[in-house]
Design a protein around this ligand. Structure first.
Ligand SMILES: Cc1cc2nc3c(=O)[nH]c(=O)nc-3n(C[C@H](O)[C@H](O)[C@H](O)COP(=O)(O)OP(=O)(O)OC[C@H]3O[C@@H](n4cnc5c(N)ncnc54)[C@H](O)[C@@H]3O)c2cc1C
Length: 398
């Protein structure tokens, strides 16, 4: 039973990003984590650091207007600066390297990548992009599978768990208290702020930040109506004695069920591909992902898969993160829809900025349109499964 200025539910990149910002500004913070730091998506992801959001800027301009779309783009670019500052200020070595290739799985998507690049250059003065034609793209990552791509020299990859541990250690050093193996089970707002009841007792705080993303169960109905978990799966090969990606550090493709992969610091191929929309995971995760890997890299047929795992990530109906004030003293950020490695630490920082009195970026993020998933509590999951399965069929079209 203790009192804090700010309590944070969730010890992932969002929660720890917020904690770090706050303790560096002398705010008294407690993080409550149901398992251990990094047990959620932040310790299990593919480590790709992507520019922008899941929708391109033209889509954002149409939905939100030019000026808001520009503010969102500036925030996503700010997230890169934030990542670099976190790494350097706290002396974290998290294998951060740049050079991420976006690969088009058909001609139509290659046309889209090129027009997206032209728009980013002309409208946003973003000049870190380079078009690679079919043969340059395939050569860059040693495959024959893609119709062309765009190399983003401002994006890249990081080792997410090294990043998160580094951030958590820095937060602790600056005074954060982290309670692991402590699941929050209920929240009660009162005149002093919020009471968070957890498995081992309760804590009181003036403000609460809910940062549970795809792992949040039955804590807040508003967040859970907009952010649903899906599962993604990853494998890592044995160490390779050749360079599979001579001209990139990582890649992802334009499929709805995206394949994403990177060359790790110890020269393994880390490959994510394959999703599940129900809680039933494949019995053989390695086999489930490997068949997607072999479509892109048939030459790795005889390479050993040494690690295989999965995790849940929060997605929203519009694929835009859900950032909102959801109570008198309760705020939340989640639903990065597969782009949280870069965004989550900065959105955590922005939650922190808001608590410290600068709500400008928080308000911009709060304008992102995120409706409830259709179907209510009963039918949300079946409808999500049906919709995702439908879109994944479109990946098979030429
Ligand atoms: C397999 C996989 C691959 C991915 N690959 C990429 C990628 O390459 N690039 C990219 O940008 N994004 C990727 N993502 C998404 C990215 O990892 C997430 O967007 C990001 O980590 C979200 O961070 P978070 O802190 O919001 O949530 P999480 O890291 O999921 O943390 C939430 C935490 O909250 C805790 N929690 C939940 N409820 C409670 C409670 N009631 N009480 C206490 N604690 C609670 C959980 O235990 C968990 O540790 C991937 C995700 C997965 C699963």
């Amino acid at each position: 039973m203790q009192d804090f200025d700010v309590a944070i539910i969730g010890g992932g990149l969002t929660g720890i990003g917020a904690a770090l910002k706050l303790v560096k500004n002398n705010v008294n913070v407690a993080v409550i984590e149901a398992h251990e730091i990094g047990a959620g998506a932040s310790g299990r992801n593919g480590g790709l650091v992507c520019s922008g959001y899941r929708h391109d800027q033209i889509w954002l301009e149409e939905k939100m207007g030019k000026s808001e779309a520009h503010e969102l783009w500036d925030i996503s670019q700010g997230a890169k600066k934030n990542l670099e500052n976190i790494l350097s200020e706290n002396q974290i070595n998290a294998d951060y390297e740049k050079g991420l290739l976006f690969c088009a799985h058909n001609k139509r998507m290659f046309d889209w990548l090129q027009s997206d690049m032209a728009h980013l250059q002309n409208e946003y003065s973003y000049n870190d992009l380079e078009i690679l034609d079919e043969s340059e793209c395939n050569h860059a990552i040693s495959t024959k599978d893609y119709k062309g791509g765009v190399l983003d020299k401002g994006a890249g990859r990081v080792h997410p768990l090294k990043l998160l541990y580094g951030m958590a250690n820095a937060a602790i050093k600056n005074g954060a208290i982290i309670y692991e193996k402590t699941r929050a089970i209920a929240i009660e707002e009162n005149s002093n702020g919020v009471k968070i009841i957890h498995e081992n007792g309760h804590i009181n705080a003036k403000n609460l930040l809910i940062c549970g993303d795809g792992y949040l169960h039955s804590i807040n109905q508003e967040v859970e109506a907009k952010v649903l978990p899906i599962s993604s799966f990853v494998i890592a090969t044995e160490k390779l004695d050749f360079d599979l990606m001579p001209n990139a550090i990582g890649a992802m493709d334009t499929k709805f069920v995206v394949n994403y992969f990177q060359k790790t610091f110890d020269n393994r191929l880390l490959f994510g591909g394959g999703e599940k929309y129900t809680p039933n995971w494949p019995k053989d995760i390695a086999g489930f992902v490997r068949k997607n890997l072999l479509k892109i890299y048939p030459q790795l047929e005889n390479v050993k898969i040494e690690h295989a795992w999965g995790g849940a990530l929060g997605i929203t109906p519009t694929r835009l993160p859900f950032v909102r004030k959801i109570g008198k003293a309760i705020y939340s950020a989640s639903g990065y829809s597969g782009q949280g490695v870069l965004l989550a630490p900065f959105f955590g920082d922005i939650l922190g900025q808001m608590i410290l009195g600068d709500a400008q970026k928080f308000e911009t993020l709060s304008k992102m349109p995120v409706p409830d998933f259709p179907g209510g509590r009963m039918f949300r999951f079946p409808l999500l499964t049906a919709a995702m399965s439908y879109y994944s069929i479109l990946d098979k079209l030429p």
